[in-house]
Ligand binder design. Structure first.
Ligand code: GDP
Ligand code: IMO
Ligand code: MG
Length: 412
């Protein structure tokens, strides 16, 4: 049967607290894409890709770089640490991935992270467990209208006038020179690509519950990680976003502080943490793990307008005897069916679970949805039912080929 024609652009959004496997899914989708455009965050992100015998963690550069002849865009919505970006380019070149202004462009309107932002984050970020990369302070300067944009950074006169007396000036002047060739008018470039019906991926960093407006504030990051961020972070109209794919894990994880109603403590939690190798791709911190939370899932579907779900790390559940899905919260004798960002409620509510039987078969080589164990399919079907959104991709391992397409109409 001929494949129904899919969308020409897809926004890929984290449905939880980040690290859902966005990097892996975007790399998989990028094979058929022309452009991969990141729209938010900075090097607080760590997007892991395992393909072509390599394992790469990207912090700023979009997840399309493992494929040749794709245009990767760093949008205006990002805060860019120039030192980290240049290191990342070098690291990729060492891995035989060539980076040039042909395959990487950086928005002239993105903001620059400078050493004092990192220093400030190290001093104050501890209270919410930030990645200490200077993200919050750089976005603070942006909102306060005292930030430094990329085009100002690479303009010798402007940069010197503003920061010529600073200790870091000489070092950063060299970074500015090196970044200059990559700078471009990314807003015009991406709108042109969309209008020419090029296949475009809007790459989100972090996740819905880390969004500055819609997340579990104040335990959030400082940018909009939700689908709306794709518009503001790239300069495109909401009318042009054709489809939204939510990436979610078979279970939940969270790095840093903040409430986590379905957090699993004890032996089962440790087992999932160990099998799932739940250590942060950016800071190496242990990630907290929790059961699937349908309230979080429904909330992410609503806020982002998710059309289909890419569900990752299903393989990690193999040999876990009993699985839980949270279907409601109990709070002060009441049953809550909808997620809330009210910290008071989140901190003291009790999850209400439905229990599912696990499976013992190794699923890491399964290629089609039908071949998954029945108990795995039951678990997935219940998630689809609760979230009222189909699962289009099931990921059964970190490698590109460990990806099952369940509903191809949501892909390119
Ligand atoms: P991102 O920030 O959303 O891109 O996710 P990260 O890269 O920070 O974390 C996801 C981790 O899970 C990485 O180590 C991936 O290699 C790994 N991963 C992704 N999908 C799967 C999967 O289906 N199974 C397993 N076992 N690991 C996966
Ligand atoms: P990716 O794109 C997971 C978390 C931090 C901290 C909070 C604020 O890989 O999914 P920040 O440094 O942004 O001010 O920290 O947000 N955080 C992430 N957690 N994945 C990420 O990115 C994250 N980026 C930030 O741990 O709790
Ligand atoms: Mg990550």
């Amino acid at each position: 049967m001929a494949k129904q024609s899919g969308p020409s652009n897809i926004a890929v959004i984290g449905m939880e607290w980040g690290d859902e496997g966005k990097g892996k899914i975007i790399d998989f989708l990028a094979e058929k894409a022309d452009v991969v455009a990141r729209f938010n965050g900075g090097n607080n992100a760590g997007h892991t890709i395992e393909a072509d015998g390599k394992k790469i963690v990207l912090h700023l550069i979009p997840s399309g770089v493992m494929h040749k002849n794709k245009l990767n865009i760093v949008g205006n919505g990002l805060v860019v640490d120039p030192k980290v970006l240049l290191q990342e380019i070098k690291f990729l070149e060492k891995n035989k991935i060539r980076i040039s202004p042909e395959n990487l462009v950086i928005s002239e309107n993105a903001h620059i992270i400078l050493p004092h932002h990192i220093e400030e984050d190290r001093k104050v970020g501890g209270t919410i467990g930030t990645t200490a990369r200077g993200i919050g302070p750089a976005y603070t300067d942006k909102a306060a209208r005292i930030g430094l944009k990329v085009y100002e950074f690479v303009d010798e006169n402007i940069f010197k006038k503003r920061f010529g007396d600073e200790e870091f000036y000489q070092e950063y002047k060299n970074y500015a020179e090196a970044l200059k060739p990559y700078m471009n008018d990314t807003t015009t470039i991406i709108n042109y690509a969309i209008d020419k019906s090029k296949k475009v991926i809007f790459e989100g960093a972090q996740g819905t519950l880390l969004d500055i407006d819609h997340g579990t504030y104040p335990f959030v990051t400082s940018s909009n990680c939700t689908a709306g961020g794709a518009c503001t972070g790239l300069g495109i109209s909401p009318k042009k976003v054709q489809s939204v794919m939510g990436v979610c894990k078979a279970y939940k994880t969270r790095v840093g502080m903040g409430p986590f109603p379905t957090e699993i403590t004890g032996a089962v939690g440790e087992k999932i943490q160990k099998i799932g190798k739940e250590f942060g791709a950016t800071t190496g911190r242990q990630r907290r793990v929790g059961w699937f939370d349908a309230l979080v899932g429904k909330y992410a579907v609503m806020v982002n307008g998710i059309d289909s779900i890419a569900l990752t790390k299903l393989d990690v559940f193999t040999t876990i005897e009993k699985l839980n899905i949270c279907v409601a919260y109990k709070y002060k004798g009441n049953i809550l069916k909808n997620f809330t960002t009210n910290m008071k409620v989140l901190q003291s509510c009790q999850p209400v679970y439905e229990e599912f039987d696990g499976w013992w078969d190794d699923i890491t080589k399964v290629k089609s949805y039908d071949k998954l164990p029945n108990n795995a399919k039951k678990y997935l079907r219940r998630i689809e039912e609760l979230l009222k959104v189909p699962i289009s991709i099931v990921s059964v391992g970190p490698k590109r080929e460990q990806t099952i397409v369940a509903r191809s109409e949501f892909l390119f």
